[in-house]
Design a binder for this molecule. Structure first.
Ligand SMILES: C[S@@+](CC[C@H](N)C(=O)[O-])C[C@H]1O[C@@H](n2cnc3c(N)ncnc32)[C@H](O)[C@@H]1O
Length: 280
């Protein structure tokens, strides 16, 4: 097999991974210790929404765990090709960074999510957060969605490997979700992915349609600050389809324009914010 050199994948990818790891060890780890001791002030914006009144339900996973692949890939599928390349090593590469992020995001989410909630994990990657939700929403189900063929295949494999039965896996574009996923979810979760969407407004509109008349979007995303802005060049070099970072004001404006009614945001670690966005 001919090896095609790709500077993004073969040079910048490993450098970006090293940079994330260093960031996790030098910034997130000490911050985590200070947060645990109550010695770090983190910003909060808006009012924390009430917990979910879950409608839940099971239908997508009724016949057992299954992978639903797209019959035809969209013309701009190229945008996720670096996730296809990286799928097998992705979780190992980002594990330390993500362990701090999910420790703090899940602390908030677990207060908020109820066992009967039906959850979509949008842009699920290898599926570990979706698997955790399927344990939290044990009376209901989790639908994991990703556009990358390799990521969604791996997510389904990981779901089976963890013995989950209340999950379904769909290859789909977050900006163009199938209509039959409409009005089916209490929560749409999306982590570390907004920066890669070409059209966040279209994704926000699709999330709005996917939710029941009452429901919440939960986003965990880095926001632009001095340190994150410096790492954008690495992120773009590793994946030229990396688009941009969003401030809390940007996210609020995009989601309110998409029809959502309220926006709550909390800095969970330096440079990482968790948004809970209400459709009421
Ligand atoms: C940085 S990874 C994050 C994965 C996972 N949420 C996590 O926290 O590890 C970004 C994911 O977004 C997916 N993605 C990018 N554009 C997408 C789109 N338009 N629709 C669905 N998934 C998309 C990629 O395939 C990739 O799995």
């Amino acid at each position: 097999m001919k090896f095609e050199f790709d500077k993004h994948r073969d040079i910048w990818g490993p450098l970006f991974t090293g940079q994330i790891q260093q960031w996790a060890e030098q910034v997130l780890h000490p911050a985590d210790v200070l947060i645990e001791k109550g010695q770090m002030e983190l910003a909060v914006w808006g009012n924390e929404p009430p917990g979910i009144q879950p409608r839940g339900g099971r239908s997508f996973s009724e016949k057992g765990i299954k992978l639903h692949k797209m019959r035809q890939l969209p013309p701009d599928y190229e945008r996720v090709k670096y996730f296809d390349y990286a799928a097998a090593e992705y979780e190992m590469a980002v594990h330390i960074f993500k362990s701090f992020v999910t420790k703090h995001s899940f602390e908030l989410i677990s207060n908020f999510l109820k066992p009967g909630s039906r959850v979509m994990d949008c842009a699920c990657g290898p599926g570990y957060e979706a698997i955790a939700f399927s344990m939290m929403a044990a009376d209901s189900e989790v639908v994991a969605v990703d556009l990358s063929s390799e990521m969604i295949r791996l997510a389904c494999h990981n779901g089976k490997d963890h013995g989950r039965t209340n999950m379904a896996f769909f290859q789909a574009d977050a900006a163009n979700l199938p209509a039959w996923l409409g009005k089916k979810f209490d929560v749409v979760h999306c982590q570390l992915s907004c920066s890669y969407f070409e059209d966040l407004a279209a994704v926000a509109g699709n999330m709005h349609r996917a939710l029941y008349d009452q429901g919440y979007v939960v986003l965990t995303e880095p926001f632009p600050n001095t340190a994150n802005s410096a790492s954008i060049n690495f992120a773009k070099a590793a994946n030229p389809y990396f688009n941009r970072l969003y401030s809390r004001e940007d996210l609020k404006s995009v989601y309110l324009d998409a029809g959502f009614s309220d926006f709550y945001w909390k800095e969970i670690l330096p440079g990482i914010g968790l948004s809970i966005i209400s459709k009421l």
